[in-house]
Design a protein around this ligand. Structure first.
Ligand code: 0X9
Ligand code: ZN
Length: 432
């Protein structure tokens, strides 16, 4: 056994020992842990109670995104901090509302997600199978660009509310200034699998160009822009202060912080499905593109609108492949094309990975949600525009363990390949 392997094994054993001791100290299934509850109200009265609970006690709604969508017979996923657990459960019991603990070891899961964040070459898992701090991601961006000067350029597209740089990577294999694919990650802070996917994608492109036919075909025909973290302030905040944070960190005159960047784009802005309440998780902001993060992305896409053919925005969780519109129930003019592409991607994922991905127009598939980047990009003229909701379907939700990163990313990668291939074919066909 090599020394490196021994050290790595010892390290893993130590981590597990610490976690087990912690588990014993806190007491498994006791109420000393923050928990995720799965709650199913069945009557209107119960719906009202669950809505009230979710707006109080420092809880955080995981699903649906806002209490306005809570209805009878739909499952609610709610983060309940340890100090509110007894009160919340008392209320649920008093009103006879069906509920169960979905995740009991929240604190340990969070601990495990942040612990491995090192560039330690002796670690058993690869860099891409771990979550990374914002600082690490900035380092990775620089390093990756430096190591591949002929392929990758970093483009500073703007800065965040707290003045952090927004770097996009431009990948140009073979030749430059082809048509392009845009992928953004991390618009919502707590969806950690999203930035992890952007890193995974870049690494895969670098490693498998000329090795894998699908990625080679894409990269021979398209430049790829990758924005690994659209909401760096929010992402940092989820690492330092509140793992459940969703919005950016902009401060207005109001008492509440943050705008939902995916409600801040100019696509039926702030109509039904968004909120003008600054304290809401789906606050649309003061006006379209009021936030530096959404403005930066919109400006960049406007400047490249004639070359970018495919827009992809990566989110979590619930396993869905969505396309416009989310801001209206109307169908997009190429709805059938988009539906076919999403269906094929979903079928491929099912075939290769045995995972189920729902697909469809956003408003018809989940809810009306105006002001989203996908709808805005579509209206700008990017006719192939998708939002992917990656793993999982609610077992871990936003706390997807690092050991699931590779499968979640490979599924999404297959969807990217399937859709990009079709877009290239359609462009080539229309060019003839
Ligand atoms: O509500 C959202 O912004 C997305 N779901 S999430 O759980 N990741 O927050 C869905 C976005 C679908 N597209 C638009 N609303 N435009
Ligand atoms: Zn999201």
């Amino acid at each position: 056994m090599s020394v490196i392997y021994l050290v790595s094994t010892m390290k893993t054993i130590t981590i597990w020992f610490v976690l087990v001791v912690q588990l014993l100290k806190t007491g498994h299934s006791s109420e000393k842990n923050d928990q995720i509850l799965s709650i199913t109200p069945t009557t209107l009265e119960q719906v009202g109670i669950v809505k009230n609970i979710s707006n109080q006690y420092e809880t955080a709604l995981w699903q649906p995104v806002h209490s306005q969508y809570i209805k009878e017979e739909t499952v609610v996923h709610l983060f309940v901090p340890a100090n509110s657990s007894a009160t919340v459960k008392d209320l649920l019991q008093r009103y006879n509302i069906a509920h169960e603990v979905l995740l009991d070891n929240t604190n340990i899961l969070i601990e495990m997600q942040t612990r491995n964040d090192s560039t330690d070459p002796r670690s058993a898992t690869s860099y891409y199978e771990r979550y990374h701090s914002l600082e690490d991601i900035y380092y990775w961006i620089n390093r990756t660009a430096q190591d591949h000067p002929n392929i990758i350029k970093t483009i500073l597209i703007g800065s965040s509310y707290e003045k952090r740089p927004l770097y996009a990577l431009k990948l140009s294999f073979n030749s430059e200034n082809k048509n392009a694919l845009w992928i953004d990650c991390g618009i919502h802070a707590r969806e950690w699998i999203s930035p992890a996917f952007c890193l995974w994608f870049v690494q895969y492109a670098l490693a498998f160009y000329k090795q894998n036919q699908d990625i080679t075909n894409i990269l021979d025909n398209m430049d790829v822009y990758v924005l690994p973290v659209m909401n760096p302030d929010g992402y940092l905040y989820t690492w330092t202060t509140n793992r459940m944070w969703r919005k950016n960190r902009s401060i207005s005159r109001h008492s509440c912080v943050g705008v939902d960047l995916n409600r801040n784009f100019d696509a039926n802005w702030c109509t039904e499905g968004a909120s003008n309440d600054p304290c809401s998780e789906i606050y649309c902001g003061a006006f379209p593109e009021s936030e530096p993060e959404s403005e930066a992305v919109a400006n960049f896409l406007r400047s490249k609108k004639d070359t970018i053919q495919l827009y992809l925005s990566i989110h979590a969780y619930s396993q869905m492949l969505l396309f416009p519109y989310s801001c209206t129930l109307d169908e997009a003019h190429n709805h059938n094309d988009l539906l076919e592409m999403a269906q094929e991607a979903s079928q491929n994922i099912r075939r290769y990975y045995r995972s189920t991905y729902k697909y469809g127009a956003g408003a018809q598939t989940i809810y009306l949600a105006p002001g989203g980047s996908d709808d805005w990009a579509y209206k700008l003229g990017i006719k192939y525009s998708f939002t992917f909701e990656l793993q999982d379907r609610g077992r871990y939700g936003f706390l997807l363990p690092p050991s699931h990163i590779s499968k979640a990313s490979n599924e999404a990668l297959l969807a990217v390949k399937t859709i990009a291939k079709r877009v290239i074919e359609k462009t080539q066909a229309s060019a003839v």
